[in-house]
Each structure stands twice: as structure tokens, then as C-alpha cells.
Design a protein around this ligand. Structure first.
Ligand code: CTP
Ligand code: ZN
Length: 161
């Protein structure tokens, strides 16, 4: 039988392919990169087969290239993500992501008593473990782990203001 080699999501000519996103976190990546407001061609694939992750999600954004700090923010929800820079249909570069030492905004503090949940101040965390994604709130010292991480949506920021 002929081996099936078709791409599940069609190739792009120029832009960025974000690959190896855990299936459950596709929409968190969309949120963090504000792709809901993206005007260029955007294709999403979810629950695709992956040898490494079991299932994975993929995002393809035409004509869009991300800055290092934007890519690194994704490490919060997709530490194994790879950013493939595509030019003329070729993969020119593959970038892995690394959590920064501190995170401002993006995630909520899980401590209901934390001042950031009551006043319109941006959250701030020190990353105390990059491997296990452990964030310590700079305001209340609560340690937030990846499993309980709640991403701040644009809507919830508006609600605070
Ligand atoms: N891709 C694409 N459009 C292109 C070239 C590549 O959408 N013009 C996608 C591929 O479908 C793949 C990703 O970009 O999802 C990376 O491509 P490639 O490096 O060729 O695939 P792999 O070797 O499978 O990547 P990895 O080793 O990172 O899993
Ligand atoms: Zn806190």
C-alpha cells in the first residue's frame, strides 16, 4: 500500500508554524499571542497524531514572524513548542522556547486573597522552576503550578479596568 504522506493542515509559503503544542492548550496559545485578532491567514489543527505528545495541536500563521519574548511566553503552556520560520515554503529556522525569569501579566494568581485579584494591577511572577513551570507570585508569594494556571484573557483585563 502506498504510504500516506499528505499534510493534515496545508503548507504555508511564508510565516510561522507553531508545532508540538499540547492539544489541551491550543486556545491558550491563541490567547497569549492574541491570534484571535490576527488578520493574516491562520490555520489551526487540533488532536493531531504526535509520536512525542500522543496528540498535538499546530498553528500556522501566514506572513507573521514573532519576537523572541512573544515566543518565550508560550513556554508557560507549551514548553515543547517549536516555532518554524517558513520562507518560500522552506523551513528556514526552528526555534525552541524558554521560560523567562519573570512573567508579567499573562497568568492570574491562583490565590483568591491576592491583591492582583482585587485591584487593577498586573500580575507578576518569578519563575522558580523552568522545568516544572513553577511561578511564585511577587505580591503574595503563592506558588502557581502549570496545571492550575489560568491565562488572563483580554476580556478579563478589560473587566478589571
Ligand atoms: N510546514 C508548513 N509549511 C511549509 C513547511 C513546513 O506548514 N511550507 C510545517 C510542517 O507541516 C511541520 C512543520 O512546519 O508541521 C515543521 O516542518 P518540518 O521541519 O519539515 O517537519 P518535521 O521534521 O516533522 O518537524 P519536527 O522535527 O520539528 O517535528
Ligand atoms: Zn498572588
Amino acid at each position: 500500500m502506498k504510504e500516506e504522506k499528505q499534510l493534515k493542515v496545508s503548507a504555508i509559503k511564508n510565516g510561522t508554524v507553531i508545532d508540538h503544542i499540547p492539544s489541551g492548550n491550543l486556545f491558550k496559545v491563541v490567547e497569549i499571542l492574541s491570534l484571535n485578532r490576527c488578520k493574516s491567514q491562520l490555520t489551526l489543527g487540533n488532536n493531531l497524531e504526535s509520536k512525542r505528545l500522543g496528540t498535538k495541536a499546530i498553528i500556522k500563521v501566514a506572513d507573521r514572524f514573532f519576537a523572541d519574548d512573544e515566543m518565550n511566553r508560550i513556554a508557560l503552556v507549551a514548553p515543547q513548542a517549536k516555532f518554524n520560520i517558513i520562507k518560500g515554503y522552506e523551513v528556514m529556522e526552528k526555534r525552541t522556547v524558554e521560560l523567562p525569569d519573570a512573567i508579567v501579566g499573562i497568568a492570574k494568581c491562583i490565590n483568591p486573597m491576592c491583591v492582583t485579584n482585587h485591584q487593577p494591577i498586573p500580575t507578576k511572577f518569578n519563575v522558580i522552576s523552568k522545568k516544572d513551570v513553577l511561578l511564585q507570585c511577587c505580591y503574595c508569594d503563592k506558588i502557581n503550578d502549570q496545571e492550575h494556571l489560568v491565562i488572563i484573557t483580554k476580556r478579563s483585563i478589560e473587566a478589571l479596568n
